[in-house]
Design a protein around this ligand. Structure first.
Ligand SMILES: Nc1nc2c(ncn2[C@@H]2O[C@H](COP(=O)(O)OP(=O)(O)OP(=O)(O)O)[C@@H](O)[C@H]2O)c(=O)[nH]1
Length: 216
């Protein structure tokens, strides 16, 4: 778990030494590989992991070149018996990785259900969501075509990737794309706030109608 202080540009609008912190939740059916993806990304390792109970937690500082940010990765339990508690974990999330297993159609349908749940909690535009088809290395046993995943993601305006936590394929890229998108949105938000402050300043500096009247 990387807890080091970020060295890149500070979070817009915060103290210089503070990296931006973003909460990312991993959602999806049991055994699709959520923990394995997190473990691969944070520890660059793949090993047999027991089913998650409740939620596991990782942090990782992401270096984007011009900036660094800290991801708090909340790895939720996919087994059905934990479904109701998982909702507690996605409160306050900035991003979600909704994972399915490309060899299990049922997990793809469940991913669509998770998206519905997310839509109830957030406006999808307010959180960065990526749909991830994992276990790409088992491609011969595929039940969900690449195009099927991609088309569904596009119809919902989501990012999309297929990964293999086992072979370390597209894992860093998936988390990196989310971090990049979070950063772009943060900068856009900061630009908008600055424009509002400038506009306010402009208004304050302009003499009011009454002042102009008295000065006449
Ligand atoms: N072949 C292959 N197996 C994988 C991959 N990712 C995970 N697995 C295996 O799939 C099983 C489940 O992986 P987990 O990471 O525990 O899945 P999870 O989604 O976190 O499961 P829950 O904690 O029950 O929600 C394990 O046996 C992993 O070794 C992958 O990319 N390829």
């Amino acid at each position: 778990m990387g807890m080091a202080q970020a060295d890149g540009a500070p979070c817009p609008g915060t103290a210089p030494s503070q990296p931006c912190v973003f909460k990312l939740v991993l959602l999806g059916s049991g055994s699709v590989g959520k923990s394995s993806l997190a473990f691969r990304y944070v520890k660059n390792d793949f090993k047999s992991i027991l089913p998650t109970v409740g939620c596991a937690f990782f942090t990782k500082v992401v270096d984007l070149g011009a900036a660094s940010l800290k991801l708090e990765i909340w790895d939720t339990a996919g087994q059905e018996k934990y479904h109701s508690v998982c909702h507690l974990y996605f409160r306050g999330a900035n991003a979600a990785l909704v994972v399915y297993d490309v060899t299990r159609k049922d997990s793809f349908l469940k991913a669509q259900q998770w998206l519905k749940d997310l839509e109830e909690e957030f406006r999808l535009g307010d959180v960065v969501v990526m749909l991830v088809g994992n276990k790409l290395d088992l491609g011969k046993e595929r039940e969900v075509a690449f195009e099927e995943g991609k088309e569904f993601a596009e119809s919902k305006g989501l990012l999309f990737m297929e990964t293999s936590a086992k072979l370390n394929h597209q894992v860093t890229e998936a988390f990196g794309a989310i971090a990049q998108e979070l950063w772009c949105r943060e900068e856009r938000k900061e630009d908008q706030q600055q424009q509002q402050r400038d506009a306010q300043l402009d208004l304050n500096q302009r003499p009011s109608a009454q002042a102009r009247c008295c000065a006449r």
